[in-house]
Ligand binder design. Structure first.
Ligand SMILES: NC(=O)C1=CN([C@@H]2O[C@H](COP(=O)(O)OP(=O)(O)OC[C@H]3O[C@@H](n4cnc5c(N)ncnc54)[C@H](O)[C@@H]3O)[C@@H](O)[C@H]2O)C=CC1
Ligand SMILES: O=C(O)C(=O)COP(=O)(O)O
Length: 526
């Protein structure tokens, strides 16, 4: 497995990749997009921070890529829908740098309110501007925190320690939770009216981009100070500049920019703006945390299939995967069988769980069924990441039901595939600890191992029917490795599953279809 680290990653993380068996790591930072595109096809995993842009174009060239790991939080530099479509898992490390980033926001607020960078620059220029650089106390002032997530909550807590009055706006956190943490929940307009300092801690999303704009500045107190250590563009840069010029905003502390690095930005040049080059997460401690976390996650994913902190797939630990693994294999084979049995495009899939699955997390089972259904159609293009999206794009509706009752086995599940022409019903269970078995197809009970080259034959249950099938295959030197017969619950038909050493050629399938007691022959591949 080959890993490319394309942004600066802490030493400890790089060492973990170097020490991992079966993993080769290349560190190539600062590559231009074209240069990265030219080499990406060699890699199974890509490790980034905020500099590398993982665009649809890059992903198109990344034919081997299985996972993108972000040593940090923000994923606005990754085209997540495009990654999902291509079956690439996208992971971040959601906690390693939150304290550091919150501390940076507090540091920026203090530096801004006490003119520390300006004082330093002025002294360096040989000036002693005590009067001009008089600052403001933060004691008893109101800090408005927008976004009460991991970082916003730490900023609020630290500000409380500095004896500020903290008001919070976050529409996705209940007022009770904010009150329980000891802060005052407010709507956005109230925050604008009350705050002396405003610090934003929301992700860059369609509806947060430009949320602090001219209209918002209009609602704020005169002389408010703005801190943005979240993402460039959440505070609209042109509007902020105008508000600084008009005096509405007394100062701004910016760690992030609409374009990074900012080019000839009037904001950066403004005397009441202080700024850092996206240093929010840049401490030794945070960089060690995120480097180690991303390396661990990527190594576990590449070597054991464990998914942690993925944004486009549910997390599954190696241990859980071991328990659920046989059911996922079964589910996938059942989906694959359904795709080959039905006539017409599948419109709906119903997954029914029957019996006692103990405390297994069955949530990935439907995804595995869909992966199986799509595999005969799109082959390797489908995986656990994109199966749901691909199914949705093909108009396949998925529902799940469960009941404590199971007729034959302790537990089993049934996959109903509904097309415009028919409904096909397949049930399966696990024998022993991990052997998948199909135990029912429509009205036929059986115990079939869904694996390898197979053929499903429906025939009339009369002496000689199996003999004529064996003779036909023997004549063409096709060896039958295994044969399972399923009986109709009522009626005179059998179904026979043959597992052959080699695929049965189309001409031989046609010849079998001519046999007197044979009704249908469906070749199957697993
Ligand atoms: N400057 C830097 O170096 C760093 C910047 N960041 C940025 O900080 C952001 C926040 O990080 P975390 O706190 O870990 O994320 P988080 O996901 O824990 O918290 C984000 C919060 O924003 C809230 N939110 C979303 N839309 C909102 C809206 N319209 N109004 C108010 N609240 C809204 C969410 O409900 C959530 O509670 C990241 O997305 C990243 O962009 C993160 C790390 C370092
Ligand atoms: O983790 C984040 O979201 C950050 O913004 C940190 O960015 P960086 O890894 O320092 O380029």
């Amino acid at each position: 497995m080959k890993v490319l680290v394309s942004d600066n990653l802490g030493e400890d993380g790089i060492r973990m990749f170097q020490d991992a068996s079966n993993i080769d790591v290349d560190v190539k930072t600062g590559l231009a997009p074209e240069a990265l595109k030219a080499i990406i096809a060699d890699y199974d995993a890509l490790v980034i921070r905020s500099a590398t842009k993982v665009t649809e174009e890059l992903l198109q060239a990344a034919t081997r890529l299985k996972v993108v790991g972000r040593a940090g939080i923000g994923l606005d530099n990754v085209d997540i829908p495009a990654a999902t479509q291509r079956g690439v898992v996208v992971m971040n490390t959601p906690t390693g740098n939150v304290v550091t980033t919150a501390e940076h926001a507090i540091a920026m607020m203090l530096a801004l309110t006490r003119n520390i960078p300006t004082g330093t620059a002025s002294l360096r220029d040989g000036r002693w501007e005590k009067k001009k650089l008089q600052g403001r106390e933060i004691f008893n002032k109101v800090l408005g925190v927008i976004g009460f997530g991991k970082i916003g909550a730490i900023v609020a807590d630290r500000a409380r320690g500095l004896k500020m009055n903290v008001v919070i706006h976050d529409p996705f956190v209940t007022p009770e939770q904010i009150q329980k943490a000891g802060f005052t929940p407010v709507d956005l307009d109230t925050l604008y009216q009350q705050a002396d300092y405003i610090s934003v801690h929301v992700p860059k999303l369609k509806n947060t981009l430009g949320m602090i704009n001219a209209d918002a500045f209009g609602k704020m107190k005169d002389g408010v100070m703005i801190i943005n250590c979240a993402r460039g563009g959440i505070v609209a840069e042109n509007d902020l500049y105008d508000a600084l010029v008009s005096g509405k905003v007394a100062g701004a502390a910016l760690d992030v920019f609409e374009t990074e690095p900012p080019v000839e930005s009037p904001l950066v040049a403004h005397e009441r703006v202080i700024c850092t080059p996206h240093l929010g997460a840049s401490t030794r401690e945070a960089q060690t945390n995120v480097a180690v976390a991303v390396a661990r996650q990527i190594i576990d994913f590449l070597t054991a299939g464990t998914v942690a902190n993925a944004v486009n797939m549910p997390s599954v630990t190696g241990e859980a995967l071991e328990k659920i693994g046989p059911y996922l294999t079964l589910a996938e084979r059942m989906g694959c069988l359904q795709a080959q049995l039905v006539q017409g495009p599948i419109k709906e899939v119903v997954v029914e769980f029957h019996g006692d699955f103990k405390d297994l997390d069955l949530s990935p089972v439907s995804t595995a069924v869909l992966k199986g259904i799509l595999t005969p159609v799109v082959k390797d293009d489908v995986n656990f990441v994109n199966a749901q999206v691909m199914a949705q794009q093909r108009g396949i509706k998925v529902t799940e039901t469960s009941s404590a009752e199971s007729d034959y086995y302790v537990n089993q599940f049934t996959v109903r595939a509904i097309t415009t022409e028919m409904t096909s019903v397949v049930s399966g269970t696990i024998f022993g600890k991990k052997d998948p078995r199909i135990v029912k197809i429509d009205k036929f009970r059986l115990e079939m191992i869904p694996h390898g080259h197979m053929a499903l034959i429906q025939n009339i249950d009369k002496p000689g029917s199996i003999g004529e099938i064996g003779t036909t295959l023997g004549k063409h030197k096709i060896n039958i490795g295994r044969m399972q017969v399923g009986q109709e619950e009522e009626g005179d038909r059998n179904i026979i599953f043959l597992t052959t050493d080699t695929p049965i050629p189309e001409a031989v399938v046609d010849e079998m279809r001519q046999l007197a007691l044979v009704k249908t022959v469906t070749p199957l591949e697993f």
